[in-house]
Design a protein around this ligand. Structure first.
Ligand code: DOR
Length: 446
C-alpha cells in the first residue's frame, strides 16, 4: 500500500545539506519524513513546486518585536506575520523592551503572549546588565530563552552593560553564546555634540563612528578570551571590525544585516533621511564592500534583520531625536535573492547564513536544515519572479520599509511552518500557530 503524508511538496528543487536535488518532500506530524520520489504516495495536501526552489525556513536571530511596553511600534502578532510573509519561520526577539527583559517573569509574560499570537516559532533573549549578571547562568537556561544579549552602547531603551567589569561579570555567569551590540558608550557620549550640532542624519555615521565600533569590539574580544566564553557580535557595520574578528573565529561569531549590505552612506541619508538611521549606522561603500568580502570569505556566520521598527511620526522627528532602527524581517530573503541574482553570493551561502548558521551558533534543536526528522520549516521561492518591494506589502505594524520601490529578482512564494502552509502567494493562511524554539543548551538537556 502506498504511503500517506500530511503534506507532499512535489517537483521542487530542494536545498539539502548535501546540495540542490530534485525531489519530493513527504511531511508527517510536523516533520520532514521523506525526501525522494513520492509519485506513488498520497497526502491530505499536495503542493506542486514545479519550477520553484525549496529552502529551509529563515531563522532570524535578531528582531525587536517590542512586547511588552512598546507595542505602538510593533507587536508579536504583526512582527511574526511580517516574518512569515518574508519566508522567516523562527525569530529570536531582543530584550530592550519596557520593562527590560531581565528576569524569568518578563520572559514568561512574553512566552505567554507569543503562544497566543505568534505566526512563527520564537525565542526571547535575556538582557544582561549589572543587576542580573549573577543570575544569568540560571536565566539563560530557561525554556524559550535564546541566550543572553548585552548592549555595550546605548540604543533604543535603557539596557546597558558599558563597563569592562560588568561585561566580565556577564561573561563569567553561564555557558551559552552571548550576543552583543558593540559600540563604545563613553565614545558615543563624548561625540554626541556632532549629532546635536549637525541636526542631520547625515552625521549619524560620524557621531557613531567606526572607531566607536572598533573600540567596543576590541574590548569585547579581549574579555571573551579572558572568560573563554563564546560571543556573537551583532550587526557588524565596518570593514575594520571584520579584520579584527577574522583572527578570533574559534570564539567569536559574526552577524551582518541586509541594511548594512544594501544601503550605503551618504546616499541612503540623502534619500531616506532618518528612516535610514540605525545603530550601528549604515556606512559608506568602502565598509559595505568589506562586509561583502566577509560574506564571501566566510567570516560572517549569520544574517539577522535587526528588525527594529519605529512609527513614521517618530522617524519624522528632527534628528537626533528621531529613533534609530528600521523594519527588516520581511525583506531579508527577497533582498538576499536579489543579491544572489546580481552575483554577490550563492543560494547555498544564503541558506548557510539564514538557517544552518543560526542553528549551529545557537544550538537549535531539529531546525535549520532540510533533513529527515527535522521540523518541516520551509520557504518555497521563485528565483525568476521579479517584484517591487512596497510599503503596502509590509505586515509590520509600522507599515513602511526603507526598500519601498526597490525591484528585486527572487521572491518567497510560500512559507511552511512545521508542515502547515502559512503563506501562499502573499496570503497569510490559517491561524497563528507559533511555538517556542528548543535549544540543546536550555530545553533539551536540562
Ligand atoms: O537601530 C537600532 N534600533 N539598533 C539597536 O540596537 C536597537 C534598535 C531598536 O530597538 O530600535
Amino acid at each position: 500500500m502506498s504511503k500517506t503524508y500530511d503534506l507532499i511538496i512535489k517537483n521542487g528543487k530542494v536545498m539539502t545539506p548535501g546540495g540542490l536535488i530534485e525531489a519530493d518532500l513527504g511531511i508527517q506530524d510536523e516533520k520532514i519524513s521523506e525526501i525522494g520520489c513520492l509519485t506513488t504516495c498520497s497526502a491530505e495536501e499536495i503542493y506542486d513546486a514545479n519550477g520553484l526552489h525549496i529552502l529551509p525556513g529563515v531563522i532570524d536571530s535578531q528582531v525587536h518585536f517590542r512586547e511588552p511596553g512598546l507595542e505602538h511600534k510593533e507587536d508579536i502578532a504583526h512582527g511574526t506575520k511580517s516574518a512569515i510573509k518574508g519566508g522567516v519561520t523562527s525569530i529570536f526577539e531582543m530584550p530592550n523592551t519596557s520593562p527590560l527583559t531581565l528576569d524569568e517573569q518578563t520572559l514568561q509574560d512574553k512566552l505567554s503572549r507569543a503562544e497566543k499570537t505568534a505566526w512563527c516559532d520564537y525565542a526571547f533573549f535575556m538582557g544582561g546588565n549589572s543587576e542580573n549578571a549573577h543570575r544569568l547562568s540560571y536565566l539563560e537556561r530557561l525554556p524559550g530563552c535564546a541566550g543572553v544579549k548585552i548592549f555595550m552602547g546605548s540604543s533604543t531603551g535603557t539596557l546597558l552593560a558599558k563597563d569592562d567589569e560588568v561585561i566580565a561579570d556577564v561573561l563569567a555567569n553561564g555557558v551559552r553564546r552571548v550576543s552583543v551590540h558593540a559600540e563604545d558608550e563613553d565614545r558615543l557620549i563624548s561625540r554626541q555634540n556632532i549629532a546635536i550640532e549637525s541636526e542631520s542624519p547625515q552625521a549619524h555615521p560620524d557621531w557613531r563612528d567606526v572607531e566607536s565600533a572598533v573600540r567596543a569590539t576590541t574590548r569585547l574580544v579581549k574579555l571573551a578570551r579572558e572568560a573563554n566564553r563564546r560571543v556573537h557580535v551583532l550587526h557588524i557595520s565596518s570593514k575594520d571590525e571584520m579584520d579584527i574578528l577574522a583572527k578570533h573565529k574559534d570564539l567569536i561569531s559574526v552577524e551582518v544585516t541586509l541594511n548594512h549590505l544594501t544601503l550605503n552612506a551618504p546616499d541612503c541619508y540623502e534619500q531616506l533621511g532618518a528612516f535610514a538611521q540605525m545603530n550601528p549606522p549604515v556606512r559608506d561603500l568602502i565598509h559595505q564592500t568589506g562586509l561583502w568580502a566577509a560574506i564571501q570569505n566566510g567570516i560572517v556566520d549569520v544574517i539577522g534583520s535587526d528588525h527594529a521598527p519605529h512609527t513614521i511620526e517618530e522617524k519624522e522627528r528632527p534628528y537626533p531625536s528621531s529613533p534609530s532602527g528600521m523594519p527588516g524581517v520581511q525583506t531579508s530573503l527577497p533582498l538576499l535573492l536579489n543579491h544572489m541574482h546580481e552575483g554577490r553570493l550563492s543560494l547555498q551561502r544564503i541558506v548557510d547564513l539564514t538557517s544552518a548558521g543560526p542553528q549551529r551558533l545557537f544550538g537549535i534543536a531539529a531546525k535549520g536544515r532540510i533533513a529527515i526528522g527535522y521540523d518541516a520549516d520551509l520557504v518555497i521561492v521563485d528565483l525568476k519572479k521579479r517584484r517591487t518591494i512596497s510599503d503596502d506589502w509590509i505586515a509590520s505594524k509600522c507599515g513602511w520599509t526603507p526598500f519601498d520601490g526597490k525591484s528585486v529578482m527572487g521572491w518567497p512564494t510560500a512559507t511552511v511552518l512545521r508542515g502547515n502552509i502559512v503563506v501562499r502567494e502573499d496570503e497569510v493562511m490559517g491561524t497563528s500557530g507559533g511555538r517556542a524554539v528548543r535549544f540543546f543548551e536550555a530545553d533539551v538537556i536540562n
